[in-house]
Design a protein around this ligand. Structure first.
Ligand SMILES: [Mn+2]
Length: 344
């Protein structure tokens, strides 16, 4: 059996999951021998694993358990996952690499840093800082089908958006994000899986208009209804701190706005650095900055067990945010930011 392991908290991760599935399906369908074996076994062709950063180690640990106990997993495809310090310190990757073939397709700095080590372990790495995981997948596996190319384009526009884009693909990315945000806030794994599966089968949006099909409209409506209140709450939480000549915005956002909507909202205020913590059940916290600020955000986040790419990054903590933890964490991160900014 094959395991498809992908990030599940944003459109790129979910689209990557859909593309991985389509790739596995097409491989089986194009090989009569494989197809025969598959039909005979009556088992699912692949194991699907949507990953959240706050339970990254737990997920890989259960994957290893699966490999060791059942021995049926021969290949693992990993997409849009940053191998952060927590995962690397767990020792799980080495163990998985010993008994399975691993393909690691990703665009985070952690993957760049581990590229050489992963190769030594026999892991096949596909890395490019300028392409989202979905686009990397489509290129690596020669997915030339119009629908698959379009999925990759939606993910790419969404993951690398630096201003509002008006194309139908960009708009659809924003809609997908609304569905995912609502599911993240409600810890609704079922909806995320359902969305991935609809994208895989082509039942999510109209291929002519690129508008979501009616059965997803309810999710959009619910998100839109809850969004204004969430933005008000975010707005109230904003604090501004000055470090030297730099302005740092710190905020605590409702989980509904995790991850990108809160960041996009705060970015409009044009701070030099922004630090956004999220309310439970969200445990992944995000930082970003303006392009020319002398601060290495992915490195800073790596110091907190996370990672990132470009101007942004994040780190997950193992517990829900309490008011006390918020105060403590805010001070710790701010301290690190000050150290780096004042060094220059
Ligand atoms: Mn991504």
């Amino acid at each position: 059996m094959i395991a498809n392991v992908h990030h599940t908290e944003d459109p790129d991760g979910i689209i990557a999951g859909a593309l991985l599935n389509r790739y596995q399906d097409s491989r089986i369908l194009s090989d009569p021998k494989e197809l025969h074996l598959q039909l005979k076994s009556l088992a699912p062709a692949s194991l699907q694993m949507g990953i959240r950063y706050d339970s990254l180690v737990e997920s890989f640990s259960s994957l290893l358990e699966n490999v060791q106990r059942y021995g049926g997993i021969s290949q693992i495809y990993v997409a849009d996952i940053n191998p952060n310090p927590r995962l690397m310190q767990s020792g799980l990757i080495e163990k998985l690499a010993q008994s399975t073939e691993i393909f690691w397709i990703d665009h985070h700095t952690g993957t760049e840093q581990q590229q050489e080590y992963f190769s030594q372990l026999g892991i096949q790495v596909t890395y490019d800082a300028s392409k989202c995981a979905s686009l990397l997948l489509a290129r690596k596996f020669n997915m030339t089908d119009t629908y698959e190319q379009r999925l990759a384009k939606i993910a790419q526009l969404h993951d690398y958006r630096d201003k509002e884009v008006d194309s139908p693909e960009a708009k659809l990315g924003v809609e997908l994000e609304k569905i995912i945000c609502l599911a993240n806030a409600r810890e609704d794994t079922f909806t995320r899986t359902q969305l991935m599966d609809d994208l895989r089968r082509g039942y999510c949006f109209s291929k002519e208009t690129l508008l979501l099909l009616p059965h997803w409209q309810q999710n959009i409506q619910e998100y839109d209804q809850e969004k204004n209140k969430a933005i008000q709450e975010l707005e109230k939480s904003i604090e501004s701190v000055t470090v030297g000549k730099y302005q740092i915005l710190i905020a605590r956002a409702p989980a509904l706005l995790s991850q990108k909507p809160a960041i996009w909202y705060l970015k409009q205020k044009d701070p030099d650095v922004l630090l956004c913590f999220f309310q439970p059940p969200c445990r992944n916290h995000i930082m970003d900055k303006r392009k020319n600020i002398p601060l290495d955000i992915p490195a800073l986040c790596t110091g907190f067990g996370g990672g990132g790419r470009g101007t942004g990054g994040g780190f997950a903590i193992a517990e829900n945010m309490t008011p006390e933890l918020y105060v403590r964490l805010k001070e710790e991160v701010l301290q690190k930011i000050k150290e780096q900014l004042c060094k220059k």
